[in-house]
Design a protein around this ligand. Structure first.
Ligand SMILES: Cc1cc2nc3c(=O)[nH]c(=O)nc-3n(C[C@H](O)[C@H](O)[C@H](O)COP(=O)(O)O)c2cc1C
Length: 157
């Protein structure tokens, strides 16, 4: 069996404002059963301008799904900010952790986007991870687990 990994990316939406809510609902409706089948957990965030998504599960399945997502014309400038093996899951399911226009949330996504792959373990990526876990926890308290506590641990040093 393939090992567990997590992958977090940020991207720019190509959805027009008028169709965005509907399009995101379509993505979630399609993604939820597919992610379940692939044993993929995590969370999606959408701010009107940008997406951020956390995917975790068997490495081969995460990579397979990421190839579909990367080819999707509904977003562009996909930037992977975290891609690493994990021992524990942070989420026990998958869903939309945040969907709405928020400058505060969007600022975190923009910072992670600007930090880039070279700073994959840097502060912006860590702050984005913590924000996703906090929003997911507020939304579905039962769905974030032991790995979430580790991922949300304060950055030291
Ligand atoms: C921002 C974004 C996130 C997405 N997340 C998922 C996801 O978690 N799971 C999923 O099955 N599809 C997701 N999709 C849809 C996929 O990109 C793709 O359209 C769908 O999986 C069908 O893939 P296929 O055409 O390769 O079969 C997402 C699309 C976008 C734009």
């Amino acid at each position: 069996m393939s090992h567990l990994k997590k992958l977090v990316y940020v991207s720019q939406s190509r959805l027009a404002a008028a169709e965005a809510e509907r399009a995101v609902a379509d993505i979630v409706a399609l993604a939820t059963p597919r992610n379940d089948r692939l044993e993929i957990g995590g969370a999606l965030m959408f701010t009107g301008h940008r997406f951020a998504q956390w995917l975790e599960g068997p490495a081969a399945n995460v990579d397979l799904l990421m190839r579909s997502i990367a080819a999707d014309v509904r977003h562009r400038d996909i930037q992977i900010v975290v891609d690493c093996a994990v021992e524990l899951r942070s989420f026990s399911g998958w869903g939309l952790a945040f969907g709405g226009r928020s400058l505060v949330v969007d600022r975190h996504l923009k910072a992670a986007l600007n930090s880039g792959w070279a700073f994959a373990d840097g502060d912006a990526a860590r702050r984005l991870e913590r924000l996703m876990i906090e929003l997911a926890h507020a939304q579905w308290p039962g769905r974030t687990g032991v790995g979430a506590a580790l991922a949300a641990a304060p950055v030291t040093g």
